[in-house]
Design a protein around this ligand. Sequence first.
Ligand SMILES: [Zn+2]
Length: 571
Amino acid sequence: MKILTLHVDYIKFKALKKALKSIADLSEKDKKEQEVKEALVVMVAVEKSDSNAKASVAALTKEVKDIASQVKAKNIVLYPYAHLSSNLASPDTAVKALQEAEAALKKEGFKVVRAPFGYYKSFELKVKGHPLSELSREIVLQGNEAKEAEEKYDPKQLLREISKAKLDTSKLKENDHRIIGRQMDLFSFNDVAPGMVFFHNNGLIVYNELVKFWRELHKKYNYEEISTPQVLDKRLWQISGHWEKYKDNIFLTKYENRDFAVKPMNCPGGLLVFKTNSKSYKDLPLRVAELGTVHRQELSGVLAGLFRVIKFTQDDAHVFCRNEKQLESELIEVMKLVDEIYSKFGFKYAVELSTRPEKRIGTDAMWDKAEKALENVLKKQKMKYKINKGDGAFYGPKIDFHLKDSLGRTWQCGTIQVDFAMPERFAIEYTDKNNKKKRPIMIHRAIYGSLERFIGILIEHFNGRFPAWLAPIQVRVLNFTDRNKKSAEKVVDKLKKAIPELRIDYDFSQSTMGSKVKNAEIMRVPYILTIGDKEEKAGTVAVRSKGSKKLTNVRIDDFISKLKKEIENRE
Ligand SMILES: [Zn+2]
C-alpha cells in the first residue's frame, strides 16, 4: 500500500465518470461535489501485496493516526489514488480495504469521508505548506517484499536471463579444471547459485569414490561418523565465538522470529553431539568425523571454479583427548592417516607449523603445551617443517599440509589444529579415573580440506586422467566395423558380469574408428577396448591404456583380472 498525506485547508472533489465498469452506481448524494475543511487527505493506492487486507489496514490506520496527531487533524479524507502504484490490487480488494480503513479510523475517533472508488474525479485542494503537510509512506508488511517481487515476474524472461551465464574459456589454460570439467561433463556453475557446484553424474562419481575411500580409511582408524544440521540458532555461534569473527561471511536466515545461521563450520554441531551424554576417560580418545557441508559468503568476483567456492563439504573430524600425552599419540595417528590419503594420489607435501598469534584466547601455559605437542610429533615423525610464527588460529596452533601437484604448484589442503578453547566455551567434560570432572583437549582436522577444491586439484593434477578407480567411465568398448558389433556386445556383457560395479559403456555408432577413439579420449576413459575381425577370431581385445597411442592385444580374461585388481587396490 502506498499513501500520500496532504494536510489541507480544504479539499473539494466531484465524481464525473466511471473509470471501471464493474463499479456500482453512486447515490445521488455521492454524485454531488463534496467539500471537507481542515482535513488530512490520505491518497491511497492498495496494492497486490495487500492481500492480507486486515494487516495492511491496521498498518495504514496506525500510520494515519500518527500523522494526524502530529498535524492535529480531526478530519480524514480517504482518497483512492491509483497513480501511486503500478502494482495495484484488484478493485474488490481495494474497495474492501478502503471500507475497512474508514471503519477503523472512525473507531479511532476521526471524522472520515471516503471519496468514490473507480470514478474519474475532479478535485481541488489547498495544502497548508508546513513541513509535515505533505508526506508519503509505503506500507510494507513483513515478508511481503519478496511476495510483491514474485508477483511481477515473467518466467520466460527470467529463464533467458539465467541461461545467459556461460563459461568464458578465453582466458583459461587448456588444463584448467573448468575446461576439463566441461569436456568430461563433471560439473557446472550457474549464477543462480554463485560459488556452488552443480555436480553432474560423472563428477558425482568422482566425489562419491573419494568419500568411499575416505570412509574405509576412517573405519580403519577407528573413527565414528556423524552428521549435524545445516541451519542452527544464532546463539550457538555466539557461544562458539564464530559470531564475532565470521559474522560477515555467514548466511543468515529467520524462522519463527529467531535468527539462524547456515553453518560456516561444523565444530559447534559436533560439540553438541559430544555433550548429549556423559563421557568417561574410557571413551577417550573419541574420534568423530563429519562430511560437513558449510556455506561461507565470499565476494562472487573472487570465485574461481572449484578452487574457491561458497558451498563446500569438508572432510572434518574432531578428536577429543584426555591429556597432552594422548594428544600427542592422536596427532601421530592423524598424520599417518593424512599420509595414507595423500600418497594414494601421488602427492608429495610440505608441512608448516603455525604458532600463537597476537590476538588469541587461552593462557600462555596452554599455548606452550599445545605448540610443544605439535612440535614433538613433527620431530618424532622426522618431518621437515617450516614455522609460521604468529600464524596460528585464535584458539590454538596448527599444522598445515601443502600438496605439490604434477605441475609443481602447491595447495594448502589438510590442517590439524589443537584447541583448548572450544572445549572451554562449550564446557565439555569427561570423568577421570578418580571420578573427577576433566576438560578434554580437542583436535580439529581436515585432510581433503574441501572435497570440491580437492576434486579441482585432482582434475588438474591428473589432467582429467583419473586412476581407474576414480574415473567416471572406466572402460569403453568400440567395434571396428558393423560385423564386429555382436562380438563387442559379448565383451561388454562379459566384463559387466565379471566386475558388476564396473563403469563401462560402448560406442557402436557408424562413425569412423578415429572419431570414436577421439570421443573416448576427450572423456579420458582409461581403457578403450576395440574389437575387430582379428580380435574376434583370437578371443582378444585391442587395448588403448590411459591415453597411450599404443594398442596392446590381450586376452579378455587377462584384461579382466588385471583391471579388477587395479580397481580394488585403487592403483
Ligand atoms: Zn572443527
